[in-house]
Ligand binder design. Sequence first.
Ligand SMILES: NC(=O)c1ccc[n+]([C@@H]2O[C@H](COP(=O)([O-])OP(=O)(O)OC[C@H]3O[C@@H](n4cnc5c(N)ncnc54)[C@H](O)[C@@H]3O)[C@@H](O)[C@H]2O)c1
Length: 253
Amino acid sequence: MLQESILKGKIALVTGAGQGIGREIALTLAQSGCKVGINDSNRQSATNVAQEIIAAGGSSIVLVHDVSVASEVQIMYQAIVQEFGQIDIVVNNAGIILKNAFCEITEEQWDRIIAVNLKSVFLSCQTAASYMREQRSGKIVNISSVAGKKGGGFLGNTAYGTSKAGVIALTKGVARELGPFGVNVNAITPGFIETDMVKSMTNELRATILGGMALKRPGKPRDIANAVLYLVSPLADFISGEIMDVDGGLMMD
Ligand SMILES: NC(=O)c1ccc[n+]([C@@H]2O[C@H](COP(=O)([O-])OP(=O)(O)OC[C@H]3O[C@@H](n4cnc5c(N)ncnc54)[C@H](O)[C@@H]3O)[C@@H](O)[C@H]2O)c1
């Protein structure tokens, strides 16, 4: 485990941090010394996570915003910078899943999943850049999915996979543009991680997925949080534009 003080005093923002993977990332960064902005569109869950951090002696702020809306993202960044003075680490994790077959996806559903899973990452990276370029430092981690490599997942469909593939390309492009300013930009492609997002999975599908994985177990939110911790730490200062599979040996590409 990394030293507790490795990120002492760093200011971090985690989107979709009210539950699941985002919650675990936020708690892990707080335990590692960060002051953490907890974004979620769900006020109650965001508040619970922020309270958990504060109760453990950390610092946190609740940011209830829909990250698919440009004006909301602007306000969110203004709020965290006003509270903590700057922004060092951003984890773009908020996401939704869509399970409809390709021929049944409506235009409205398509627009929504692209807005929440992809446009939000564009908006957040662009706003983060406006602060980080000036500081000449920063770490951004975007949460994609193995579905972004496979063109859909076991649960998520073509629209979900397309949104997550966009996150991969976006990550590489932003890494190239922000690198000269001392900003590292990477993505993680989680495989099957036990959260609410996958709880509707049948036992049969579960067995199929586990069968194709080297480690033969579902991931835990902590597995993703540990990878984020590494990527935002000084240990990963020379890593940028990397798409890291954290999937128990599923993709191996
Ligand atoms: N669970 C998995 O197996 C898995 C696999 C690959 C990738 N992922 C990705 O990891 C991320 C987290 O997934 P999870 O399993 O923890 O999901 P989850 O559904 O448990 O949590 C997602 C959180 O994002 C929030 N959110 C949704 N839309 C938002 C918006 N517009 N603005 C702000 N907050 C919003 C939700 O309120 C929720 O708290 C997602 O991007 C997901 O696509 C998950």
